[in-house]
Design a protein around this ligand. Structure first.
Ligand SMILES: C[S@@+](CC[C@H](N)C(=O)[O-])C[C@H]1O[C@@H](n2cnc3c(N)ncnc32)[C@H](O)[C@@H]1O
Length: 245
């Protein structure tokens, strides 16, 4: 079970607003952004023209790749400053400042929802899952991507129970996810849910200067070690996806 606790919104906003003061939030290499959106297209089977919300859109990089795929995409984020950057960078896309636990949209407004690196920022994602269910039309699809607590690197570097945990570049709210826990939350919200695992996602940078020099090595190992099917549960990212009946 996920320990039920509330997200500290002020800490979340302060962290991402301060990030926006120095840079857009855009951590993956472009080919990785494309890989994740290709997974959304494959798993959702939504045709071009579908209305898709990108929740936790940050500075809008995935909202824009969704648009390039032909979707009518809308970005939503809690951080006013990242939303400001997104509006400047990607004119013509609608970006909305809002909380995924209280989405500012009518029931059934969307054909698809992408939760782009968002769920692991919610100590209890049940309220978010209920909102995703509400704003999707019947037959609507969602996909979430999040770091996997079963991956040794994600665990050692990013899980607060690890002796090597680094709090540099993360918010107090976030923690890599366990695939079964996330799937159960979305199932309880009413979805038919599936899980996949992805490796070979390449980071552009890591926040901590202490480990930044290891990034090329991490990218190489991540691509090779977790490629075999029997290693899939240990891949760096969990994809949780599903359909509203
Ligand atoms: C890891 S970042 C991902 C940003 C972007 N999707 C990307 O992958 O580059 C998580 C984002 O979720 C946003 N976020 C966190 N909690 C949120 C909430 N309750 N409602 C809306 N956005 C939230 C943060 O402001 C941040 O931009």
């Amino acid at each position: 079970m996920i320990a039920a606790s509330a997200q500290d919104k002020q800490k979340e906003i302060a962290f991402f607003d301060s990030h926006a003061a120095v840079d857009a939030y855009d951590v993956f290499a472009p080919e990785t952004n494309a890989l994740l959106i290709d997974a959304f297209v494959r798993l959702s089977e939504l045709p071009a023209g579908s209305r898709v919300a990108d929740l936790g859109c940050g500075s809008g990089v995935f909202t824009d790749v969704l648009r390039q795929k032909g979707y009518a995409s809308t970005g939503v984020d809690l951080s006013p400053k990242l939303i400001g950057i997104a509006r400047t960078k990607y004119s013509g896309i609608e970006f909305v400042e809002g909380d995924v636990e209280h989405l500012p949209f009518a029931d059934g407004s969307f054909d698809g929802v992408l939760l782009s690196g968002l769920v692991h920022h919610l100590p209890d994602p049940a309220r978010c899952a209920a909102e995703v269910f509400r704003v999707l039309r019947p037959g609507g699809k969602f996909m979430a991507f999040d770091p996997n607590r079963m991956n040794p690197f994600m665990y050692l570097y990013r899980d607060r129970s690890s002796p090597f945990y680094s709090s540099v570049g993360v918010t107090a709210n976030e923690r890599p996810v366990l695939a079964d826990e996330i799937a159960a939350v979305f199932r309880r919200a009413g979805f038919a849910v599936g899980t996949e695992y992805l490796s070979n996602l390449r980071y552009r940078y890591v926040a901590s200067g202490r480990v930044r020099w290891l990034l090329p090595l991490y990218n190489a190992i991540d691509g090779a070690l977790f490629a075999p099917a029997f290693m899939q549960r240990f891949r760096a990212f969990v994809l949780t996806f599903g359909e509203k009946p």
